[in-house]
Design a protein around this ligand. Structure first.
Ligand code: AMP
Ligand code: ZN
Length: 474
């Protein structure tokens, strides 16, 4: 099937052509583990997961590398100044840098698993690839791309790389003109960036290493070039990240890598649009106040509701987060789970292969056409309601949607059915009977009080035309 993706580098929707038949290698910039991962970061990681699942549905062998940034990311990315985000996080939490790296990485992995994302093939940590980053800087130095700012570090001279900024269509002079006032004026060009930063002489850093240039730590961009080339080779298919990364981080990654590979490094660049907060701004860790999966879980939402919410949008459009939208999404997800539970209880008959193939191929086709996840959801709504498709076929198709979008409909439907089949203890049944009597006598206050009592005991009464049902709460 033809796969089309929007390539930031060419600013075109392009047919994807793998470097090696049947295989795809892609690198995704991962989290900086100095704080909890927020819903915006997770939106980006979910789009990676949809991308991966689309390739799997097309029969590709997928090699996915996503890094963990645990060093070198300064609070001011653009001019390599400010505090080290990790050291700042450690001071905030009153822990060591190594401890917070482990803590926030584990928290991130919990969110990652709760959101049912497929684990990357390799998840390298920047701190495990220091020799490779030193080697990268050394090579760039040998090729004449670097200079030293005494007392500061080794910098990359962007004027030496003719194609600098190609990713965002910016010429170097344009970028220069647009650069912020007040940048580090020891740099030769505003767009130059640190490859290796020296440790300060007056304080001791928690993370620092020896290098040919003295004790210090790598610049943030070095890790992604060094690790991707080591783990995916000098030329690979796709590189992904949030839209904020294209102008600086990815421009710098290209500038560091292509002089070394001597040829185009990555074929397709995919950038995912931001998740916005309620004030319409980019959700950001640096703002101090942001929402993570804890907020989602604590409010009683199934993590799949957030996944469903993200799947309803498109990666090229910004998406505004609100609890109102989450409520609507939760209803929609629960309705689908309800329908799937009914399909499970009544799925006699055989899968109609011709019907299955038609819907299956159509869903793979819309996903392959620039990852139209929302179109798959529209099709799902359509086929579960269709009176022309038998239940066995519908159930098989839902199973495929679970593979394609990872929304765990079957799992949640089975849990729902199990909860419904559990028989309530006699005292709960007695309360429910009293409630039914109260309702019959139009004594709403007593009926409500009894419902609350049943609820507090972990059960829910569902009223139907033929009386009530008591269901264990999830
Ligand atoms: P960080 O942990 O800050 O290094 O970011 C991890 C990933 O999340 C990167 O690919 C960022 O571009 C992406 N990202 C950051 N903020 C947002 C946002 N509000 N919406 C979507 N992606 C984001
Ligand atoms: Zn990166």
């Amino acid at each position: 099937m033809t796969i089309r993706l929007y390539n930031t580098l060419t600013r075109k929707l392009e047919e994807f052509k793998p470097l090696e038949q049947g295989k795809v290698g892609f690198y995704s910039c991962g989290p900086t583990v100095y704080h909890y991962t927020h819903l915006g970061n997770l939106r980006t990681f979910l789009h990676n997961d949809f991308l991966k699942r689309m390739f799997l549905a097309n029969g590709y062998d997928v090699r996915h590398v996503m890094n963990i940034t645990d060093v070198g990311h300064l609070t001011n990315d653009e001019d390599d100044s400010g505090e080290d985000k990790m050291e700042k996080g450690a001071a905030r939490d009153n822990k060591s840098v190594w401890d917070i790296a482990k803590f926030y990485k584990d928290e991130f992995l919990r969110d990652f698993n709760d959101l049912n994302m497929i684990a990357p093939t390799v998840m390298p940590h920047a701190t495990d690839y220091i020799p490779e980053q030193i080697e990268l800087v050394q090579k760039l130095q040998d090729l004449g791309y670097t200079y030293e700012i005494p007392g500061d570090g080794i910098y990359y001279d962007t004027s030496k790389f003719a194609a600098y900024g190609a990713l965002t269509g910016g010429s170097l002079s344009g970028l220069r003109a647009g650069a912020r006032v007040g940048y580090n004026d020891a740099k030769r060009n505003p767009t130059d960036f640190a490859l290796w930063k020296y440790s300060p002489t007056d304080t001791k850093r928690q993370m620092e290493w020896d290098s040919p240039w003295g004790v210090g730590f790598p610049g943030w961009h070095a890790e992604c070039s060094a690790m991707s080339m080591k783990l995916l080779g000098n030329h690979f298919d796709i590189h992904t990240g949030g839209e904020d990364l294209s102008r600086v981080h990815h421009a710098n990654e290209i500038a560091q890598s292509e002089p070394i590979t001597g040829a185009p490094w990555v074929n397709t660049w995919l950038h995912y649009s931001f998740l916005l907060d309620k004030s319409g701004e980019k959700m950001a860790k640096s703002k101090g106040e942001f929402l993570g999966m804890d907020a989602v879980r604590n409010r009683g939402y199934d993590p799949m509701v957030y996944r469903y919410f993200v799947a309803m949008g498109h990666y090229q459009s910004q998406l505004a987060f609100s609890w109102e939208t989450m409520d609507a999404t939760a209803k929609s997800y629960a309705n689908l789970v309800r329908r799937v539970a009914d399909l499970i209880t009544d799925s006699a008959g055989n899968v109609d292969q011709a019907v299955y193939d038609k819907w299956h191929d159509e869903m793979v086709s819309v996903m392959s056409d620039n990852l139209k996840t929302a179109s798959v959801l529209v099709m799902l709504q359509e086929f579960v309601k269709s009176s022309d498709i038998n239940n066995a076929t519908k159930l098989a198709l839902v199973r495929f949607v679970d593979d394609l979008l990872g929304l765990q409909f079957i799992d949640r439907a089975k849990k729902l059915a199990a909860l419904e089949n559990e028989t309530a203890p006699a005292e709960i049944v007695a309360l429910a009977d009293r409630r039914a009597d109260a309702k019959a006598n139009r004594d709403w206050a007593t009926a409500d009080a009894l419902r609350n009592e049943i609820d507090a005991a972990g059960w829910t009464v569902l009223d139907g035309k033929d009386g009530y049902k008591i269901v264990k709460k999830a």
